[in-house]
Design a protein around this ligand. Structure first.
Ligand SMILES: Cc1ncc(COP(=O)(O)O)c(C=O)c1O
Length: 422
């Protein structure tokens, strides 16, 4: 006789609201996810039978199709084969991984670095290993999901503060200090949806005052910001005041994988203790070879030119959309009367369904963008996330702006006004 609780764990599969919504959106042709793309993310891509302007890629420097990066991947593939079939801990490391770690540490100006198979795992492993029960992790509410996943895995107490509000961070630090135990503050350098920059000087000062350690996720900032492209910490002059810096290869570095740069003792601890490092297969040789080749381009004079072109393109798209009346993120002040943009140019839309309809109208008109709806963003804070690449040229971006103007006019005539520029 079967003995059953009467509850099927798969009930949630059948009752999932998200699945039902995706199905409904798919039926009427407005599902913005899993769209098929043919070829690398170039400024203009072939998607589902039509050429479209790519404004939805993190291939910021345009290096995924670069012959030198492809050669780096191919050489690694030929030398080491298609996969390493195990963890570096147990099954052997390669000279290529070690070389990449050394060059990353040199680039970031830290004693050491460790490479993970993905950026998500880098965050999960690092936070989940460095912090434990009885301690506190303080996060910005806009932090990337992988940072929150690391916090959950750690089983430490989680305190979240309102996005980029250092007064709220201080309140959280005060409470965490009263709770006792170690404290790790974790923020994105560049926020992945909002495209704005964390006030790292103020955050570092608060961490110093309250004896907390600071970790910065530089996924969208490495290869983008700072004279060396070492990210927000470099741009804001706080490299020596940040304890742990994370980066990913899945954006400017044109590959797949992630890294942590920190003091040698922290890196050694992660190498031996981080479960998402020890108990998973090493990044495939082609991915590591591509990242190393991309890193070398970024650190050359050409890298500086690519980063300058990238930020000039961000400026062109951001100001163009602003002038058309769209609500876009404003440049973040970085001191001494200067402000900076990042390649992420979000367009605030508001309600989820309006965002999806606007996405479809742009898609039909020849532009691919990304959609961020609740819970990725706050309720009624849906946005179209557009992003530029160094390899877009002015003519392509101007063409995109013309399309945005036409689509806005038609959309507002049918669905009412979109949020406007401040
Ligand atoms: C801010 C941030 N951190 C971490 C990650 C995870 O990186 P990866 O894609 O390499 O797993 C991402 C990527 O989506 C990200 O945007």
């Amino acid at each position: 006789m079967a003995i059953s609780s009467g509850v099927d764990v798969f009930a949630k599969v059948r009752e999932s609201e998200r699945v039902a919504q995706a199905q409904a959106a798919r039926e009427v042709g407005v599902l913005p996810y899993f769209r098929e793309v043919q070829g690398p993310a170039r400024p203009i891509v072939e998607m589902e039978g039509q050429a479209r302007i790519m404004l939805g890629s993190n291939n910021y420097l345009g290096l995924t199709g670069d012959p030198r990066v492809i050669a780096g991947a191919r050489d690694a593939l030929e030398r080491y084969g298609t996969g390493l079939t195990g963890s570096r801990f147990l099954n052997g490391t390669t000279a290529l991984h070690l070389e990449l770690e050394q060059e990353l540490a040199d680039w970031m100006g830290t004693e050491a670095a460790i490479v993970f198979t993905t950026g998500h795992q880098a965050n999960l492993a690092t936070i989940g290993t460095l912090v434990g029960p009885g301690e506190t992790i303080v996060v910005d509410k806009g932090d990337h999901a992988s940072l929150l996943d690391g916090a959950i895995q750690s089983r430490a107490k989680l305190r979240a503060f309102s996005h980029n509000r250092t007064d709220k961070l201080e309140q959280a630090l005060r409470k965490a200090t009263a709770d006792g135990g170690g404290i790790l503050v974790v923020v994105d350098g560049v926020f992945s949806m909002e495209g704005d920059i964390a006030p790292l000087r103020e955050i570092a000062a608060l961490c110093e005052r309250y004896g907390a350690r600071l970790m910065v996720d530089e996924a969208h900032a490495v290869g983008v910001l700072g004279a060396r492209g070492a990210g927000t910490c470099e741009l804001l002059g706080v490299e020596d005041r940040v304890d742990v810096r994370m980066g990913t290869f899945s954006k400017s570095l044109a590959s797949c994988g992630g890294f942590i740069a920190a003091d040698a003792d922290v890196i050694e601890f992660l190498r031996l203790e981080a479960r998402a490092f020890v108990f998973t297969a090493a990044g495939v040789p082609a991915a590591v070879g591509a990242a190393l080749a991309a890193l070398r381009v970024i650190r050359s004079d050409e890298g500086r030119e690519l980063m300058a072109a990238l930020l000039a393109n961000a400026q062109r798209l951001n100001r163009g959309l602003h002038d058309l009346g769209f609500a876009v993120v404003e440049p973040t002040p970085v001191g001494e009367g200067t402000a900076t943009l990042t390649p992420i140019v979000p367009v605030l839309v508001g309600e989820d369904w309006r965002c999806v309809l606007l996405w479809r109208a742009l898609y039909d008109a020849g532009i691919f963008t990304n959609v961020a709806v609740h819970p990725a963003v706050p309720l009624d804070g849906a946005l179209l996330r557009t992003s530029v690449m160094a390899t877009h040229d002015a003519a392509v971006l101007d063409r995109a702006l013309e399309i945005f103007a036409t689509v806005k006019r038609e959309f507002e005539a049918e669905h009412g006004p979109l949020p406007s520029a401040r």
